[in-house]
Design a protein around this ligand. Structure first.
Ligand code: PMP
Length: 398
C-alpha cells in the first residue's frame, strides 16, 4: 500500500465548476486580480518600462540577502509610511522583503509568535481574507475575531467592532486592513480610524496592518495609507504587511515587504537580525525579479509618476463599474432591495448581499461565478459583460 493511503482529500475549490464551464457568457468574478476593460490581465506600462531598463542593465542572478533588496525595502517603507513619518526619518523601521503580502503576514505572524512578549492572541475582523486564519494559526498564534461587518446595513458594524476591541484582553494583537477591506469593500471613515486608534491605545493592543491594496481604494497611494500613517503619528508601534501584487499588477512575481517600527536604529538592527533568523529556514532569501521591477518604478520619478497614473486608472475603472452596476440594477432592471452599498464600497471587491443559493443559481443558470459569500471582484466587470451580469443578478433575486 502507498504511504499516503490515509491522507484525506482537502475541501474542494470554493469556486466550483468554473474551469469546466466553457460558455461564451461565462463571467469569473471570484478571482481577486485586476482585469482591463476587455476582461484581460493587465501588465502596467510602468512595469514594462522597468523591465526594459532592467534588461538593458544585464543584471546577474546572484542571491539576494535574506531580507531582500535593500533599496526596495527602503522604497516600500517610504511608500507606506511617507517621507515625513518619524520612524522613517529616524531610520527606525525594521523591514524585509517578503513573498508578496502572504509571505509578509507569515513572517509577521512568526516574528510576533516568537518575540511579542505580551500575548499570542490575534484578533481578525469578521469576515476577513480567507487566508488570514490559516496564516496566523500556522504561525503559532491563537486566532479570534472582532465584529466588522453588519449584514443588515451591508456596512461597518462600528459599535460591534468597538465593543469587541474593548473587551479583548489588554495587549492582544489586532489585525487591521489598511484600506479596501477584503472581502467586504467596507472601510472605516477617517473619524472612525481615529476612534479605533484611541481604543488600541487605551487597551494597549498591538496593531498589525495588512496593506494589500495601497492605491486601489482611492486611486491615490498617499490617501490609502491614511490609517497606517495616522497610527504611526499617534505614537503606536505597528507591524505592516505590504504587497505589490495589486497596485503594480505583479501578482505572480511575489513582491512584498514586512516591517515593524522600532525605537531607534540600534533596535531596528536587532529586530532585523531576528527577522533573518525567522526567514532563513523558511526560504533562505526572496526572489529577485519582482523586487527589482518595483524598486525601479519607486526610485525613478518619471516611472513613479506613470505608475501612480496607472494605479489611478485601475481604481477609476473599478469605481466607474460600481456606478454603472448600481444604475443597471436599480434603474434599468428595477431590482428589488437596496443596492447603495455597490457604490459606497471601496476597492476591488464588493459584498453584494447575494445569498449562497443565489450565487449557486447564478453559476448554474447564468455561468456567473463568485465566492459563496456573495463577494464579487468589481475588476472582473467591463463594458461587454456588465449588462448581462446586472440582468442575471436581477433575475436571481426576483
Ligand atoms: N491580504 C489581503 C487582504 C489580500 O486580499 C491578499 C490577496 N488576495 C493578500 C493579503 C496577499 O496577497 P499576495 O500574497 O498575492 O500579495
Amino acid at each position: 500500500v502507498s504511504t499516503w493511503t490515509n491522507v484525506p482529500a482537502g475541501p474542494p475549490d470554493p469556486i466550483l465548476g468554473l474551469q469546466a464551464d466553457q460558455d461564451q457568457r461565462k463571467i469569473n468574478l471570484g478571482v481577486g486580480a485586476y482585469r482591463d476593460g476587455d476582461g484581460k490581465p493587465y501588465v502596467l506600462n510602468s512595469v514594462k518600462k522597468a523591465e526594459e531598463i532592467l534588461r538593458a542593465s544585464n543584471p546577474d542572478k546572484e542571491y539576494l540577502p535574506i531580507t531582500g533588496l535593500p533599496e526596495f525595502t527602503k522604497n516600500a517603507t517610504k511608500l507606506a509610511y511617507g517621507v515625513d513619518s518619524a520612524p522613517f526619518k529616524a531610520n527606525a523601521i525594521a523591514s524585509t522583503q517578503s513573498i508578496s503580502g502572504t509571505g509578509a503576514l507569515r513572517i509577521g505572524g512568526a516574528f510576533l509568535g516568537r518575540f511579542y512578549p505580551h500575548s499570542k492572541v490575534i484578533y481578525l475582523p469578521v469576515p476577513s481574507w480567507g487566508n488570514h486564519t490559516p496564516i496566523f494559526r500556522d504561525s503559532g498564534l491563537e486566532v479570534r475575531g472582532y465584529r466588522y461587518f453588519d449584514k443588515k446595513t451591508v456596512g461597518l458594524d462600528f459599535e460591534g467592532l468597538k465593543e469587541d476591541l474593548q473587551k479583548a484582553p489588554e495587549r492582544s494583537i489586532v489585525l487591521l486592513h489598511a484600506c479596501a477591506h477584503n472581502p467586504t469593500g467596507v472601510d472605516p471613515t477617517r473619524a472612525q480610524w481615529k476612534e479605533i486608534s484611541d481604543i488600541v491605545k487605551e487597551k494597549k493592543l498591538f496593531p498589525f496592518f495588512d496593506m494589500a491594496y495601497q492605491g486601489f481604494a482611492s486611486g491615490l497611494t498617499d490617501r490609502d495609507a491614511f490609517a497606517v500613517r495616522l497610527f504611526v503619528s499617534e505614537g503606536h508601534q505597528i507591524a505592516l504587511a505590504q504587497s505589490f501584487a495589486k497596485n503594480m499588477g505583479l501578482y505572480g512575481e511575489r513582491a512584498g515587504a514586512f516591517s515593524l517600527t522600532s525605537a531607534d536604529t540600534e533596535e531596528k538592527s536587532r529586530v532585523e537580525s531576528q527577522l533573518k533568523i525567522v526567514i532563513r529556514p523558511m526560504y533562505s532569501n526572496p526572489p529577485l525579479h519582482g523586487a527589482r521591477i518595483a524598486n525601479t518604478i519607486l526610485s525613478r520619478p518619471e516611472l513613479y509618476a506613470e505608475w501612480e497614473a496607472e494605479v489611478k486608472g485601475m481604481a477609476d475603472r473599478i469605481i466607474s463599474m460600481r456606478e454603472r452596476l448600481y444604475n443597471e440594477l436599480t434603474k434599468t432592471h428595477k431590482t428589488p432591495g437596496e443596492w447603495g452599498h455597490i457604490k459606497s464600497q471601496i476597492g476591488m471587491f464588493s459584498f453584494t448581499g447575494l445569498t449562497a443559493p443565489q450565487t449557486k443559481s447564478l453559476a448554474e443558470r447564468a455561468h456567473i461565478y463568485m465566492t459563496a459569500d456573495g463577494r464579487i471582484s468589481m475588476a472582473g466587470l467591463n463594458g461587454n459583460n456588465i449588462d448581462y451580469f446586472a440582468e442575471s443578478v436581477s433575475r436571481s433575486v426576483k
